[in-house]
Ligand binder design. Sequence first.
Ligand SMILES: *[C@@H]1O[C@H](CO)[C@@H](O)[C@H](O)[C@H]1NC(C)=O
Length: 192
Amino acid sequence: MAFSLAAKYASAVLLLLVLPCHGAAHNITAILGAHPGLAEFTSLLASTGLAHDINRRNAPITVLAVDNAGMAPLKARRMPRAAIRRRLSLHVLTDYDGVKLRSLPPGGSAVASTLFPASSSGAGGNGMVKIVMPGLGLGDEGRARFLPVGSGPGFWQAAFFVKSVYEEAPRDMSVFQVSAVMSAGGPRKATH
Ligand SMILES: *[C@@H]1O[C@H](CO)[C@@H](O)[C@H](O)[C@H]1NC(C)=O
């Protein structure tokens, strides 16, 4: 009797210890679903399979979401799904969480990996994103900036930090809203 009670407690404790390790319980579609202003971004994240890839990861991850107005230029270009996936994969920083981002000093910068498949890039860029923190100098816009590294000639686009949308416990998932869909270069009209 005493033994089976102890065993029950032991298994309950074991369950508690094991549960948090079992797959990150985050669901980016559900998290973003609470924000209708990010609906276009959310829908493309799901249809390109990026949402699935994000949910599968256990490592810290930061998703840079863009509001519906910011998504309009991308939508207007009627790009193939694979090209849209490449563009949005730059918005998934794979080794940064909110805590690590905030620890960058004023005016400092860092380079983050993303889900962008560097090897298949025909549009410049190496799949890394440079994060530049606002400095204290004159003319500084006071917002962190995200720039694709190794951008090719032609059209490229940086994004500015807008606000924090969601932050989980340290070293898990953060969602920030940024001003635009980043581009690593290439002709403005091509469906790269
Ligand atoms: C994630 O959330 C969305 C929206 O609530 C839901 O449709 C989907 O089934 C969820 N996915 C998983 C793997 O739980």
